[in-house]
Design a protein around this ligand. Structure first.
Ligand code: FES
Length: 319
């Protein structure tokens, strides 16, 4: 996919450890259109690519906004974005992609964000407000100083729909999630984004009451249980190429494709971004990603090549 050159037009400290970046498009063409929940790949430098959700105004086709939390310890991306990238720098990004789409027609939407997980959620809230739809946004953070976009949320047009949950401990967070999700709305949807432990707890609370297909989530990293050791070998047949490859116990499908110089799109290699999702024509995938929805998993028709495996001896892929 072609990369887009951008200039860092503005850097803002949105909260302790969280900075937003406004990226400007140069030249005569606009950015491609995108919808709330979309993210971009950012080439941060030193060969590091990270995915960041878009949290600006989709109607502004000359600018994109992302926000980045400084992670400690950093795997490189957040350190570069916080310590190296400054106003005026040039970066390369991928075109916006949306793996976390908003159902704009839902009767009511419950938006749950924790920490930097506010980025796709605030874009959803902006959109639902613009459409006049019913929604509530619950934003969990460690403390007020860690709450990004606090002024935008508390002074904007939908301030009455935003509930801040600041400084709750683990138990209180769980109880609050249980309370919020105890009564599913008719034709409602739940969206959640945040760190792993929050997501695990929020997903459990939602699944206790909400139909599984109404629960939508975006994770930053694979669930530990799903990113565990590789196991048994299996065979993949690439239907378009008419070749069959062996995937060893200690390698991924993506490893094998790369070893045979077969092009396949990928980005995070952790099962969270969805870039490597590929159609499965036969066989049963053993899903180890944190990206596909329960419905997509059940269909058995697609899988993430970077982490998922085969639950039987052979898979046939549309490659
Ligand atoms: Fe991101 Fe596979 S490369 S899910």
């Amino acid at each position: 996919m072609a990369l887009i050159n951008v200039k860092v037009e503005k850097v803002t400290q949105e909260a302790e450890g969280i900075r937003s970046f406004v990226l400007a498009k140069k030249g005569i063409f606009n950015f491609p259109p995108y919808t709330p929940g979309a993210h971009i790949d950012v080439h941060c430098g030193e060969g590091i690519i990270r995915q960041y959700s878009l949290c600006g105004d989709p109607a502004d086709r000359r600018h994109l906004m992302i926000a980045v939390r400084q992670v400690d310890p950093s795997r490189g991306g957040s350190d570069l974005m916080h310590k190296v990238v400054t106003k005026g720098d040039r970066l390369e990004i991928g075109a916006p992609r949306n793996n976390f789409p908003l159902d704009e027609a839902a009767a009511h939407s419950v938006l749950l964000a924790a920490g930097i997980g506010i980025t796709p959620i605030i874009a959803m809230a902006d959109r639902l407000h613009a459409l006049g739809r019913s929604f509530a946004l619950h934003y969990f953070s460690r403390a007020t100083e860690h709450t990004a976009f606090r002024n935008r949320l508390s002074e904007g047009g939908y301030a009455d729909k935003v509930i801040f949950h600041e400084g709750l401990d683990i138990r209180a967070t769980g109880q609050t999630l249980d309370d919020i999700l105890a009564a599913p709305a008719a034709d409602g949807r739940v969206y959640m984004c945040g760190p792993g432990p929050f997501m695990d707890r929020a997903e459990t609370a939602a699944q206790a009451h909400w139909p599984v297909d109404t629960i939508n989530l975006e994770r930053f990293a694979a669930k530990p249980a799903l990113s565990g050791a590789l196991t048994k070998p299996f065979t993949v047949e690439l239907a378009q190429r008419g070749i069959t490859l062996e995937v060893g116990a200690n390698e991924t499908i993506l490893d094998v494709l790369e070893a045979h110089e077969i092009d396949a799109a990928f980005s995070c290699e952790q099962g969270v971004c969805g870039t490597c999702v590929t159609d499965v024509l036969a066989g049963t995938p053993e899903h180890r990603d944190s990206f596909l929805s329960p419905k997509q998993r059940r269909s058995g028709k697609m899988m993430c090549l970077c982490v998922s495996r085969a639950s039987n001896a052979k898979l046939i892929l549309d490659l």
